[in-house]
Design a protein around this ligand. Structure first.
Ligand SMILES: Nc1nc2c(ncn2[C@@H]2O[C@H](COP(=O)(O)OP(=O)(O)OP(=O)(O)O)[C@@H](O)[C@H]2O)c(=O)[nH]1
Ligand SMILES: [Mg+2]
Length: 261
């Protein structure tokens, strides 16, 4: 019974193929070639898109002044709560891993390549090695010791936001107001406003310099308007976090927005 069904099916399939061939033979050759060319081109295009997608960077650069909490954040992203103490970093910390909060998720997840670049001014040049491949930047700010460091933070941020490698590729940047576990920590709104004001001052002082003195590749903001992060060519967002207590969901979200799983 089953055999009969199969034979019948085979016969039908044969007829279909036969009809297909006859039909194809009726089509004038130029049309056939055009159809084949379209088929080949679409296949190539799809392959190309796939290749291009794969080669997208998965590098996340953690940066910010020394002591802002980058290394704590790095280990928190990688290992979750099993936190070890940190010391001032003497070199970049690098790792390619699935974020800890994703480790229980099913299915294949693309690991992120996370680099923690020390904040010490002499080690900052390392940043130039990593920025050209950055998919996104997390700029960590100490929300506790914010005011005494305001001008240093603003200058460092200004330098990053005017680098050619960052501006040309419109690398998204997250200002991560860290250490918000402490009640004395400043709010992100306060930090944003203070940074905008401070960058405005920097912009004014640097625009007075001669071309030769300016190390920055690009200028920041809209001429004639008070500086706001919304004026940046790059998308600049702001979030609150605590690497120490593990309240880092906004950072994780930001990373996953730019390094697709
Ligand atoms: N209260 C509080 N303290 C934190 C937090 N994150 C880091 N710290 C403390 O801040 C200090 C510096 O943290 P690190 O992660 O070593 O700082 P870093 O940014 O890597 O500093 P450098 O390596 O010098 O660039 C440590 O004593 C941490 O315990 C946080 O979320 N809350
Ligand atoms: Mg460190």
């Amino acid at each position: 019974m089953q055999m009969e069904g199969f034979e019948q099916w085979k016969e039908e399939a044969r007829q279909w193929v036969q009809q297909g061939i006859e039909y194809a033979l009726q089509i004038p050759p130029p049309q056939l070639y055009a159809a084949a060319a379209v088929l080949v081109l679409t296949t190539l295009l799809l392959l190309f898109i796939r290749l291009f997608k794969r080669s997208k960077s998965n590098t996340v650069v953690l940066t910010g002044l020394g002591g802002s909490g980058k290394t704590v954040l790095f280990y928190r992203l990688r290992d979750g709560p099993s936190h070890q103490g940190t010391v001032t970093s003497m070199g970049p910390n690098e790792g390619t891993f699935i974020l800890h909060y994703e480790s229980t998720k099913k299915g294949k997840i693309r690991p992120a390549h996370i680099v923690d670049v020390p904040g010490h001014s002499r080690l900052r040049t390392k940043l130039d090695d990593f920025l050209p491949q950055a998919a996104c930047i997390v700029f960590v700010v100490d929300a506790l010791e914010f005011l005494p460091n305001l001008s240093a933070v603003a200058e460092y941020l200004y330098d990053i936001l005017t680098k050619a490698s960052v501006v040309k590729k419109k690398v998204p940047l997250l200002i991560c107001c860290n250490k918000t576990d402490k009640v004395t920590a400043h709010t992100m709104e306060f930090i944003r406003k203070q940074l905008e004001k401070e960058i405005e001052k920097l912009r004014a002082s640097r625009s007075g310099m001669s071309e030769a003195d300016i190390a920055n590749d690009f200028t920041l903001g809209i001429p004639g308007e008070a500086f706001a992060f919304t004026h940046c060519i790059n998308k600049v967002t702001i979030a609150e976090a605590s690497g120490l207590t593990g309240e880092i969901s906004q950072v994780e979200q930001f990373i996953r927005e730019h390094v697709k799983p």
